[in-house]
Design a protein around this ligand. Structure first.
Ligand code: MN
Ligand code: MN
Length: 421
């Protein structure tokens, strides 16, 4: 089956372009769907152009960008019109660097279509702190590298302290004061997801700034300490700053009062090491939302691994827009949006993807290594709808009428939402 599809793909595509997109042209070339495109004339014309002098580009080219974005430069003939911005990269935004680490963010300001979610990528060296603070958005985090210790206090005064490592996540609900500290041997790097598109790490409530903006006699009255004590506080903002590595987790927990002050809820979660929610020959999906991580009431996510040649199947999300972070490998995604718009873009590690609420899409592994990415949603539950499952649930006469697919062919379509195929 695969080899037949490949040979069709070869006959339709010029070899240079095919080497960029690999198996990605298979779906386009599948004969069962050959007559279905609404733009047959335009498609044929585009394909012809790709074989003659029409696509030559004798002027300037940014070859580094072209190599990373073949589908943007030469879109598949099924693309038409345009959709809202669906791509950005952390490697295009400035880093705010301080002693102890750095941060940078992809928010609504650079990806204006993303109204529901903003992302921050942060590095803390061993011992360094992200200052005690809080903010108006929920903070969902995925650890990309190393180890960290996190603390968060509930409004009732109960405290959670936990250690995380690569593949773990945490949630700090809005308004819950928290801290993060890099642990040895080399600190940590993590992705933060906030359920506000306009969120900025530069706009958080910092302990140091609040203290600096309060009259010293009020600080003294409030804490019962001498006025002179606060004169020695470091100058704000601390934000990211170096520190010494903490002792054991058990020692920290005991020091603050042990079980009597411990939160009953767990604010960290081991996502990468949990059993897959779905797995198939094409890859695996691990879903975390309020069903298996009850404190995550406003962010739902899936950690998706797609093997070479595999694909996150054609689907959509009925309630939410999707914000993606690419962890490893290479991908392309096409987003369709009425009327008559479709856009295909490429992704590499450290890129961000966006899909409008309900817009159908797929994500295909276009590389020769595992593709790993996060799908995140400002939502309590992960919900998706599978095209394949829908096609297999309608009566065969209906499928024949809509797609000219007969029952024997329809039976080859997977009947379940497999997540990755
Ligand atoms: Mn925070
Ligand atoms: Mn999706």
């Amino acid at each position: 089956m695969l080899s037949d599809q490949k040979s069709i793909a070869v006959s339709l595509e010029n070899p240079t372009r095919r080497s960029f997109i690999g198996l990605s042209s298979v779906a386009l070339a599948t004969t069962a769907f050959a007559g279905l495109t609404a733009h047959a004339q335009e498609r044929a014309s585009t394909q012809k152009a790709e074989h003659d002098h029409s696509v030559s580009d004798p002027g300037q080219e940014n070859k580094a960008l072209l190599a990373l974005n073949p589908n943007s430069n030469t879109p598949p003939p099924t693309d038409h019109g345009d959709v809202v911005p669906i791509w950005y990269s952390f490697d295009l935004v400035k880093k705010r660097v301080g002693e102890g680490g750095w941060t940078h963010e992809v928010t609504e300001r650079v990806l204006p279509s993303s109204k529901d979610i903003a992302g921050v990528n942060m590095r803390l060296t061993a011992g360094s702190y992200r200052e005690m603070h809080w903010h108006t958005a929920d903070e969902w985090a995925y650890v990309l590298y190393g180890k960290a210790r996190v603390t968060v206090m509930q409004p009732d005064g109960k405290m959670f302290i936990g250690d995380v490592e690569e593949g773990d996540l945490w949630i700090f609900p809005a308004g819950h004061p928290h801290s993060i500290q890099g642990l040895g041997p080399d600190g940590t790097e993590f992705l933060l997801v906030f359920n506000q598109g306009g969120f900025s790490e530069d706009g958080t409530m910092l302990l140091s700034e609040w203290i600096a903006h309060t009259p010293p006699e009020v600080l003294a009255k409030n804490t019962g300490l001498e006025v002179s004590v606060f004169a020695n506080a470091p100058k704000p903002p601390l934000y990211i700053f170096p520190g010494t590595q903490p002792g054991s987790l058990a020692a920290d927990k005991a020091e603050i009062g042990g079980e009597t002050v411990a939160a009953r809820s767990q604010y960290t979660f081991r996502l990468k090491s949990m059993a897959p929610t779905k797995s198939s020959k094409g890859g695996e999906v691990r879903i975390v939302d309020s069903k298996n991580f009850p404190v995550s009431k406003h962010v739902a996510a899936a950690l998706v691994t797609v093997k070479p040649g595999g694909m996150r199947e054609m689907h959509w999300h009925p309630h939410d827009s999707e914000w993606q972070f690419y962890i490893a490998g290479k991908a392309r995604m096409t987003v369709f949006f009425p009327v008559d718009n479709a856009r295909t873009v490429d992704f590499n590690a450290n890129d961000v993807g966006y899909v409008p609420n309900n817009a159908p899409h797929y994500i295909e592994n276009t590389g020769d290594t595992d593709l790993v990415f996060l799908e995140t949603f400002a939502s309590s539950e992960f919900v998706d709808v599978s095209l394949n499952q829908w096609l297999r649930r309608v009566p065969s006469e209906m499928l024949k009428a809509h797609l000219n697919i007969d029952k024997a062919q329809a039976m080859k379509i997977p009947s379940e939402n497999q997540g990755v195929i």
